[in-house]
Design a protein around this ligand. Structure first.
Ligand SMILES: C[S@@+](CC[C@H](N)C(=O)[O-])C[C@H]1O[C@@H](n2cnc3c(N)ncnc32)[C@H](O)[C@@H]1O
Length: 409
């Protein structure tokens, strides 16, 4: 059994051996209820961004402690200490050194219990996306640390799960999902760059909306608004469905005004009062006010399917849960549905489970849409073959609790 903490000095790397490195540079692996990795750099290049990574030898693990595998080599040619062992390579994050070349990096790795051969590495990025490994734990490639992660005899405390494990897993899922999303929709490669400028375009109008008509927590976030605008600009939907009127209606109708051919935008609300408030705000900004309908009349009208659906309808989460199966049927196959508030405690897991059961691919938009309240969205690729019976047979595992928290959107 491994005695924690495990401390290994860093040495000059197997690709670049000329980078400066102080003697106190080290890797520390510890296990305070969950595997934790720390890298300390001293005497390195000042004000430099380094990539921190990990090699796992002898195992074929596509994901390790929430980190997605970068590369896998079943028969590496460079292995010294572990001849012939397969290598999985993971990128954990980045570290920036300060003015005197010092820097620290910490990452929780919620790995399954078992034995691992791990070697940390530190790299600079080179042209063509290559990593130049300039430091490593151990002396050479393959000189790994063999550690045992014990079975979790004690369940991690809810605080550890809530404060540490869940955010680590969610952040890793978000990074992996963004990568999957741009592979599935290559048009979205420019997403991040465009979102930054769209945020600035929308900011004044959102500030006005949340200070004169609605509230910061009820309106979609600036981050989601910008992401929706970018999705529109890159995917060019012709039929847009805005479920839950408000600032989202402003975003879609701004796009409607500029796009050619002009897309159709239908805005729906369960509340006639909020529909009228939205109409007033749109009119005051000279934005189109056509096709604003109540949820009941929308359902009666049989409007067919859409290219882009935003589902942000109903303040109370019980109602949002109840109508979600219907909302998931409103997009054309191959087109997208965006669910806001996927971070919400009961709604989020329920929505993910329903989407998974319906075999619709989904992608966390946490990296692009997370706001100061911690809210973020999920993007779903619609599948036509989803039958109503599949969707309707999967109600939430437990009813959403009633209470004041149910009223914030
Ligand atoms: C989460 S909100 C929808 C927000 C909308 N998509 C937006 O971007 O502003 C869900 C529903 O709550 C209602 N609503 C909107 N703003 C509200 C507010 N400030 N207070 C109470 N209810 C509100 C509307 O009926 C709306 O459809």
């Amino acid at each position: 059994m491994t005695e924690y903490p495990v401390v290994r000095p860093l040495s000059r790397g197997w690709i670049i051996s000329s980078e400066p490195l102080g003697p106190e540079s080290k890797l520390t692996l510890n296990f305070p209820g969950c595997l934790r990795l720390r890298v300390k750099l001293t005497g390195a290049r000042p004000d430099t961004k380094y990539i921190i990574g990990l090699n796992a030898y002898g195992a074929d693990l596509p994901v390790l402690g929430g980190a997605r595998r970068l590369a896998f080599d079943p028969v590496p040619s460079l292995v010294g200490g572990l001849r012939g062992a397969a290598v999985s390579q993971y990128r954990l994050g980045t570290l920036r050194t300060g003015a005197i070349g010092k820097g620290r990096f910490k990452r929780w790795l919620p790995v399954e219990p078992g034995t691992y051969e791990l070697q940390a590495w530190v790299a600079t990025a080179a042209a063509g996306g290559l990593y130049q490994i300039c430091y490593q734990s151990g002396q050479r490639f393959g000189d790994a640390e063999r550690i045992t992660v014990p079975p979790y005899a004690v369940r991690p405390s809810p605080r550890l799960v809530q404060r540490v494990i869940r955010p680590v897993v969610e952040a890793a899922r978000a990074r992996a999902d963004l990568w999957r999303l741009t592979r599935r929709f290559p048009e979205l490669r420019r997403f991040r760059g465009l979102a930054a400028s769209c945020r600035e375009t929308l900011r004044p109008c959102r500030d006005e909306y949340v200070s004169t008509i609605s509230t910061d927590v009820m309106a979609i976030s600036l981050e989601l608004g910008a992401s929706l605008l970018v999705l529109c600009e890159l995917l060019k939907p012709q039929r847009i469905l805005d479920l839950g009127s408000g600032f989202s209606s402003v975003v879609f109708r701004r796009y409607m005004l500029d796009a050619r051919p002009e897309p159709a935008v239908c805005t729906v609300d369960d509340s006639p009062d909020w529909l009228e408030k939205t109409r007033g705000f749109l009119a005051s900004h000279s934005l189109p006010t056509s096709d604003l309908v109540t949820w009941d009349s929308f359902l009666q009208q049989g409007r067919g399917s859409f290219d882009l659906v935003l589902y942000d309808l109903f303040g109370p989460m019980q109602l949002r849960i109840a109508a979600l199966p219907r909302a998931l049927q409103l997009a054309r196959a191959g087109r997208i549905i965006v669910l806001d508030d996927i971070d919400r405690e009961i709604y989020g897991p329920y929505a993910r489970r329903l989407v998974k059961q319906s075999r619709m691919p989904s992608y966390s938009l946490r990296l692009l849409t997370r706001d100061s309240f911690g809210r973020y969205a999920l993007l779903i690729e619609a599948r036509q073959e989803v039958s109503a019976s599949t969707l309707l047979s999967s109600g939430p595992e437990r009813p959403a609790p009633a209470g004041p928290e149910d009223d914030d959107g």
